[in-house]
Ligand binder design. Structure first.
Ligand code: SF4
Ligand code: FES
Length: 244
């Protein structure tokens, strides 16, 4: 076993933007930072699931080298930079690309104010899309009696895939395709949600960080302006609550 591996499996501290952060055996940088009440921007990570490392929002510099904080193991003495103008500018560009690659119309979306994509974009100071929008034609699946799947808003974070696999044990979702054709698919005979085993109380039906999986008949129960990220910015919310 390498010295680095032994180091990562022992508790210790590392420096995050000049502050000492404790970590436990096997923690990633993002796990340790979140547990200690520090916000590192992220979209595809959730403390309850295995890391996926796909969105790259959590990219930090570890001893000067770039790495995804959700997949890099914490180890003693690391110098981690996260809240820098360079990294935040990269994050803003990534967010702008996510916005133009799908169809995200926040003012008419039921998830507005509860959406991690929207809240992170505000946090990173994004004021507009900057790039030209793709306006792709994507599928909306309203077949399920209780749930709506709108692929126009899917950011392919795969949290629903992991929730269905790791918690529900149903394997309802998968990510298919390559490049610009990558998309979420439903595991059912017709490919429709109604024919799948997904139920409204499943973890997979309640994990989507954006408005791609929504519950029917609860629209606007909490008025816009009074929702989670309307009340406090995402950095403050997550530093206090420790979870997305
Ligand atoms: S539907 Fe939601 S949870 Fe699933 S991959 Fe898309 S954005 Fe992520
Ligand atoms: S949160 Fe680390 S890559 Fe998405």
């Amino acid at each position: 076993m390498s010295i680095d591996r032994i180091d990562a499996l022992s508790p210790g501290t590392f420096s995050l933007d000049g502050q000492e952060v404790e970590f436990g055996p096997g923690d990633t940088i993002l796990q340790a930072a979140t547990s200690a009440g520090h916000y590192i921007p992220h979209l595809c990570w959730h403390p309850d699931f295995s890391a996926n490392g796909s969105c790259r929002l959590c990219t930090v510099k570890v001893n000067g080298r770039s790495g995804a904080a959700c997949t890099v193991q914490a180890s003693a003495g690391q110098n981690v930079e996260s809240n820098t103008s360079e990294l935040n500018a990269q994050r803003k560009t990534l967010l702008q690309m996510l916005f133009i690659e799908g169809n995200h119309f926040c003012p008419s979306c039921e998830k507005s104010g509860n959406c991690l994509l929207q809240a992170t974009a505000y946090e990173m100071g994004m004021e507009g899309p900057y790039f030209e929008e793709f306006y792709p034609a994507r599928r909306v699946d309203a077949s399920h009696p209780d749930l709506l799947l709108d692929l126009n808003r899917c950011i392919l974070c795969s949290l629903c895939v992991r929730a269905s696999d790791e918690v529900d044990g149903k394997h309802v979702f998968a990510v298919n395709g390559h490049g610009i054709d990558t998309h979420l698919v439903v595991n059912s005979p017709s490919g429709q949600l109604a024919d799948s085993t997904l139920q409204a109380h499943d973890r997979a039906a309640n994990i989507c960080p954006v408005g791609a999986i929504l519950h029917k008949r609860v629209g606007f129960a909490t008025p816009i302006g009074q929702r989670r990220f309307d009340i406090k910015p995402v950095s403050q919310q997550l530093e206090e609550e420790g979870a997305p």
